[in-house]
Design a protein around this ligand. Structure first.
Ligand SMILES: [Zn+2]
Length: 253
């Protein structure tokens, strides 16, 4: 069996037996994988801190002939991202980003762009910590890469223009709705300025998190519309999201 090597981000691990660990990680070219790390807890010589969640590593493994579990041979730590542990808000937002990649994409459906997005998101949080902007940028970009981003700047039904001011929105109806198409289906009212702001965010580089400052209204309404869009596509409640909402309650207008 051919040895493989790749950059990887550790998503999480579970202890197995007396001394072993099963590690879930994301790679740019092989999607999401699960690896068996023998004696990872007993001897820290081979793996050290390299299998901790959020760490960027270079992993060496061999595939097994059957089953989906690969055997990890070695891990070189590239960046532990210890800044993510500065406070619970930052830590829970980082966990949420990792969990979103697990629920929005199946194992093989993860391309290099998802890896690069998560990598840039974690690097940003590692250096500057939690912000509502970082959360919203990550969420809308994950939705975009998964193909679930709602229609924002035109009507989801007739593709016509939207009027100024508050616009009807429903993720279940695929996004913004013009007055003629709404028919009482809208569950939210989102200002057209906010829809424009998030539409423009989708045109920016996926890996840029540093240059965004949103108005309180855009933060509040953006959170409402992204919560609605994500709820439509998540098949289970996210543990990390519960934590995040506990440490950092959603903003009100
Ligand atoms: Zn319409």
């Amino acid at each position: 069996m051919k040895p493989q090597m790749s950059s990887a981000i550790i998503l999480h691990h579970i202890d197995y037996g007396e001394a072993d660990r099963i590690v879930t990680f994301l790679t740019p070219d092989h999607g999401r994988l699960k690896g068996f790390a023998r004696s990872a807890r007993k001897s820290r010589k081979r793996f050290g801190a390299a299998l901790e969640p959020f760490a960027e590593v270079r992993l060496h493994w061999v595939a097994r002939s059957s089953g989906d579990l690969i055997t990890l041979r070695d891990a070189e730590l590239v960046n532990l991202r210890s800044g993510l542990r500065r406070d619970l808000e930052t830590l829970s937002l980082a966990s949420y980003g990792c969990e979103l990649t697990e629920v929005l994409f199946d194992e093989s459906g993860i391309g290099v762009e998802v890896f690069q997005l998560l990598q840039a998101f974690l690097d940003h949080l590692d250096s500057v910590g939690y912000s509502v902007e970082a959360r919203l940028l990550m969420e809308i970009r994950m939705l975009s890469l998964s193909g679930y981003v709602p229609h924002l700047q035109h009507c989801a039904d007739c593709f016509g223009p939207l009027h100024a001011g508050p616009v009807g929105f429903s993720a279940a109806a695929d996004g913004s709705l013009c007055q003629a198409c709404d028919g009482g289906r809208a569950t939210l009212k989102i200002d057209r300025m906010t829809l424009g702001t998030f539409g423009r965010i989708l045109l920016t580089s996926m890996t840029n998190f540093a240059d965004f400052k949103l108005s309180p209204r855009s933060r509040h309404e953006g959170q409402l519309l992204l919560d609605d869009a994500l709820r439509c596509h998540l098949h289970r409640p996210l543990k990390s999201l519960e934590f995040l909402n506990r440490f950092s309650p959603p903003e009100t207008d």
